[in-house]
Write a protein that binds this ligand. Sequence first.
Ligand code: LLP
Length: 401
Amino acid sequence: MQINFKALSKKYQTPYYIYDFDEITKNYKELKEAFKARKSLIAYAVKANSNLSVLKHLKNQGAGADCVSIGELKRALKVGIEPYKIIFSGVGKSDKELELALSFNILMINVESEAELKRLEILSKRQGKIARISIRVNPNIDAKTHPYISTGLNENKFGVDVDLAKRMYIYAKNSPFLEAIGIHCHIGSQLTELSPIIEAVQIVASLVKSLKSLKIDISFFDVGGGLGVRYKDEVLIKIYDYAQAILKSLYALDLTLICEPGRFLVANCGYFVTSVLYEKQNSNKRFVIVDGAMNDLIRPSLYNAYHKIQVLDKTKDISKCNVVGPICESGDFFAKDIELAQTKPQDLLIIHSAGAYGFSMSSNYNTRTRVAELAFFRGEARLIRRRESFEDLISHEEEFL
Ligand code: LLP
């Protein structure tokens, strides 16, 4: 069954996001199946798309959650994701966040610095608890992706190097308030090369082995997220190869495997739908001006990311243009110099691969209300987030004078 963009745009107005939930299921199953030789947990990276219905849908498939703020953690709990399937990561967690995470009894807190480890020890002592932790190891590997989404080099702020990680595990072993149950690495996002992932996994696996000889037994090996998807013509890592290579690197280690995909599960299931307002020509340059903008989908502006754009039901009179939004910034574009059919006001533009880091990175810049989100599930579309109103947008503000 096809999504009827025309009817939906009439009913819900533009711009909006729509996510194909059956596609999400397919991606989830493919990944889970690839790891079937071992106990595994797919902890969805909530940041990619944190709509409650998306989370609930993934929970229903059996997914856990990888959260990077207490807000994300509360979302995961709200849709019923079992606490023992939840991981809390992030370089800068506040006391309040750590205390709440402890009280929620989640699977583990992923510690990213020595200072955090010591802080967590104090907080768990205060609560009379033992904090289950993993340590994020930064394996100093070049993930060969966009610098803004590369995380596995020593120059990045994430995790700790192998030697420090080892010392932290020894520290945790000697603390009555810490229990190290996991190990973690994540070298970056939109990865299209397998070798850096495998290199990282091997470095971390050898750390697991050396910890074993110190009688520190890790039960969970978290390989992070990062699997790339096809936005344009990327040659992707085959899921089977990815899983096999990881399983091979962990051979003879009795571990539950965790992975934290975000983009892989949702990116290509989502579309951002926007209407043409006008076309204009500035010194021979053609601009297609639409009602969506960088505040709704910031990836092109922020990373120069490519998203395929299609004019619904039109394929004639194709010429080069920039697709731009109404925001007062030259960086407000969805595409530059792409070939697009001639449009008229109200024509629909479908922006593809917008299910990950689309709505979740949106803002109210220019006092633009956040758009609606829809789910397409078993042939039917449903509203899963109503469009924000102006009143919603100003509801936390005071007129001071
Ligand atoms: N685990 C950790 C620790 C992460 O930092 C991330 C993403 C993931 C998992 C999920 O990565 P994924 O499977 O989605 O690649 N806004 C950027 C992406 C930022 C990724 C941040 N961390 C974008 O739009 O491309």
